[in-house]
Design a protein. Structure first.
Lengths: 137, 137
DNA sequence: TCTACACCCTGTAGCAACTACAGGGTCAAG
DNA sequence: CTTGACCCTGTAGTTGCTACAGGGTGTAGA
């Protein structure tokens, strides 16, 4: 399988596939006489795994660990569970952060009276010196 | 005001202040005899504005626009409203994406039976070849 | 046979928004 | 007079790609 086919089969950019090889996430494949990369089904499975993990938001280093773990079929899956749970916690933290952001943005935008910049509440709330910042730390 | 004091007053890293100057987000301040940066209250207000906008998740380019707009006090604040609303929409999109991720992660993790890697449902669901991927495009 | 075109190769630079050095200079206190 | 906290410049690193530049290869049609 040539790189374009592999990329197509996994909805990945060709450049990304080469990038994964470069950072040793995907093993270097055999080469054709004309130096084209030639991938096996093993590579396809591996890249599919990577893509799916990436779609779930795992960082590349987490994906690397998950790949290593997945090869060690006899071991307990505790480590896998821990990586996934840590990631879930991180996702939840981000959701909370963004939700707080949304509230604040909604509030600020809602206060806009659509007049001139001079009395724009949005600008005003950005310009206000944060008095509590130091205390909040 | 020296850079450390300014940084402290705005809960910013010293390096970040210099970075903002480098990308022309913050005007270069006067210099002391020993070449130390010497900031005015104008700079303090400007940097506070930047920090507050950054805390609200605005990209640096958006902050740049907001700063320019904030100087044009006579103009309508429509443009400000639009930048803020676009950002809010983006935040909401991210929340939706992360919520979908959370559901999926929760589902996958919940299926874990805490056995060996060989029958780990998490690894399994990552390894499964995405059949619908092509069709979904 | 020529030539267009799609595909492949390597290597490097760019994106966002900082952060972290390395390798220096300055200044006030003890 | 030395210690330590601060300041300076400039460059490289972070994450996860993406986008060239400048080439080579393979195949199909005129």
């Amino acid at each position: 399988m040539k790189i374009g086919e592999l990329a197509n089969a996994t909805a990945t950019n060709v450049e990304t596939v080469r990038y994964y090889e470069k950072i040793s996430l995907l093993a270097p494949p055999a080469r054709s006489a004309s130096n084209y990369r030639s991938y096996s089904n093993e590579h396809l499975a591996r890249l599919s795994f990577i893509r799916r993990a990436r779609d779930l938001g795992f960082a590349l280093e987490a994906v690397r660990e998950l790949l290593t773990l997945s090869d060690d079929t006899g071991q307990s899956c505790e480590a896998v569970d821990q990586i996934a749970s840590a990631h879930l916690a991180e996702v939840e933290r981000k959701i909370d952060d963004l939700s707080a952001l949304r509230s604040e943005l909604t509030r600020v935008i809602g206060s806009c009276r659509h007049g001139t910049i001079a009395d724009c509440k949005i600008i005003e709330s950005l310009a206000s010196t944060p008095q509590l910042k130091g205390a909040a730390q």
